[in-house]
Design a protein around this ligand. Structure first.
Ligand SMILES: Cc1cc2nc3c(=O)[nH]c(=O)nc-3n(C[C@H](O)[C@H](O)[C@H](O)COP(=O)(O)O)c2cc1C
Length: 175
């Protein structure tokens, strides 16, 4: 199996981080580049990324995410936002209702896989009070919708593979 596939198959959602181990700046920059390299409809790139570094901001992220305290253990959290203005300008209703979320999801997955390939762990956080993140923590303009938060850090946990639905339930070959 090649490195890319190994990264895909070994990635897990990890919910415990080594709190005092920083993420190297070069690694963070590579992860950000990976996010920006994601595909997007018409290459519109309807996204914006906020990197939360201070403990104060990370603790606010925990509160917004209903107390998921492991978020603040990680030394950095990336908040991925969909830019609905760019999306609607590019593709109207389909852009703002579908492509904006597909594009940002692709960027999120790139972040998860890039981090894993660099020896880091992550967890995709979708359960959070959107208004708290948008208005209180980040003070975003209305056209930016936070869609995911991703704590990134080193961990002593490797995680167990989560059960996935059987292939015959979700795959249908047609010829
Ligand atoms: C859209 C989305 C939202 C998620 N939100 C959360 C979350 O708020 N908290 C959390 O601990 N995990 C969250 N997860 C992670 C899932 O629980 C996890 O991906 C799933 O259990 C499968 O485990 P695996 O990632 O290790 O394969 C989310 C994943 C996705 C794709």
């Amino acid at each position: 199996m090649n490195d890319t596939l190994e990264t895909i198959f070994n990635r897990r959602s990890i919910r415990s981080f080594i709190a005092d181990r920083k993420v190297e700046q070069e690694k963070l920059e590579l992860i950000i580049r990976a996010a920006l390299a994601a595909p997007s409809a018409g290459n519109a790139q309807p996204w914006k990324f906020y990197i939360l570094e201070s403990l104060e901001l990370r603790q606010q992220a925990v509160e917004a995410a209903y107390g998921q305290s492991f978020i603040a253990q990680a030394p950095v959290t990336i908040v991925v936002c969909a830019d609905l203005q760019i999306a609607v300008d590019a593709y109207g209703y389909r852009g703002e209702s579908l492509y904006a979320y597909q594009d940002t999801a692709a960027a999120v997955q790139n972040i998860l896989l890039a981090a894993k390939s660099l020896g880091l762990e992550t967890c995709w956080i979708g359960a959070f009070e959107e208004n708290v993140v948008a208005r209180k923590i980040l003070r975003l303009p209305k056209h930016l919708r936070p869609v995911a938060m991703i704590p990134i850090g080193y961990s002593n946990e490797t995680g167990k593979p989560r059960p996935k639905r059987p292939q015959d339930e979700v795959i249908e070959w047609r010829s």
